[in-house]
Design a protein. Structure first.
Length: 344
């Protein structure tokens, strides 16, 4: 890396919505309360869980689904300062109660379920992501060892779990998955194209294997009888399974089936290989900002103190797109100990 020819840098900030003053999450007391172990809520039909385990914290684009295992139908009403709706939830039925929109008002919503002789009211938290996080680069340079040093400030407000990545001029849209040694050498290249992913083999297989991947995201849940939140890993999408043989592996498409609405944010990509010797799993991170593609976050693994990784410039003058992470301090972020050496 030549100090006088630094490539443009792109700073990406990933945030998880912060809930300000969540208020009461405990169900309101009624003379006779419904059995909440038989009420199911979730982000999709496949993520339904007993209401006694808590409610997801919803954001724009999320869906509120419910189901009942009670013996009679329930009247369901959902309301906020600018919205109200009513539905009937029959035993065994799975119903979409609401899709949260940008026009909806953030805060605590009221979900009331009632039968002929019992009722229960829950607080549903709806928050909006902070889209105004714009970092200001206040300084950059090289240490005596030749390490790249960056300083910038960002006004995070009430956001938390902020993660910053530095990328090169070329956006890393292709994920590299190493092939397990038990089945061959090389790597698979994954590139998202909307509801599909292109899969390209670069290497050689010594035996056949099936391959698929999953996308996982950490969702916040409001637990009843508590003002705190917990995070749970939720499988958001699964790809179709492909057969990788020893010969003839052209680039192919694998469809991506959604298990829940896909938010904007950071996801864990888990790649699975199944061969004659068993299973192999590889995990990495991607950033999803739209419905068409993703950005590979190979070096972004923690929001705590971490060592940056940045490759040297290539002969064509473009920086290799290997991200690195920093930490949030009281005055912003600082990267250090990045093995990006100046070369004369």
């Amino acid at each position: 890396m030549r100090g006088r020819a630094a490539a443009p840098l792109l700073l990406i900030l990933l945030t998880v919505p912060f809930v300000v003053d969540p208020g009461r999450t405990q169900a309101q007391v009624a003379p006779q309360q419904l059995d909440i172990t038989k009420l199911m809520v979730g982000l999709s039909p496949s993520t339904l869980a007993p209401a006694s385990q808590g409610f997801p914290v919803y954001t724009v684009g999320d869906e509120l689904w419910a189901a009942s295992q009670l013996g009679s139908s329930l009247r369901v009403s959902l309301s906020s300062p600018n919205f109200s709706s009513g539905n009937t939830l029959d035993p065994g039925a799975v119903a979409l109660l609401h899709t949260f929109r940008e026009a909806d008002i953030g805060g605590n919503w009221s979900l009331r379920l009632s039968s002929s002789n019992a009722s229960r009211t829950f607080v549903v938290q709806f928050v909006k992501q902070n889209k105004s996080l714009a970092p200001l680069l206040t300084g950059h340079g090289f240490s005596k060892r030749g390490d790249l040093l960056l300083n910038y400030t960002v006004h995070g407000g009430s956001s938390y779990d902020i993660q910053a990545c530095v990328l090169g001029e070329e956006m890393p849209n292709t994920v590299q998955i190493p092939i397990p040694g038990a089945i061959g050498t090389g790597q698979l290249l994954l590139r998202r194209a909307g509801v599909n992913a292109t899969v390209t083999l670069q290497g050689q297989l010594s035996s056949s294997s099936t391959f698929w991947f999953e996308l996982h995201h950490l969702y916040s849940y409001a637990v009843l009888n508590s003002s705190g939140l917990v995070e749970r890993d939720v499988k958001v999408a699964t790809s179709a399974t492909l057969l990788l043989s020893q010969t003839g592996n052209p680039t192919r498409n694998a469809s991506i089936a959604a298990d829940a609405p896909m938010r904007i944010g950071r996801f864990s990509l888990r790649a699975f290989f199944r061969g004659s010797s068993g299973y192999s799993v590889y995990e990495t991170s991607v950033l999803i900002t739209d419905s068409a593609s993703w950005v590979w976050l190979r070096g972004c693994t923690s929001t705590m103190d971490s060592t940056c990784r940045w490759a040297r410039r290539r002969p064509n003058g473009r920086a290799r797109s290997t991200p690195c992470t920093g930490r949030r301090g009281s005055k912003g972020y600082r990267w250090n100990r990045c093995p990006w050496r100046r070369r004369s």
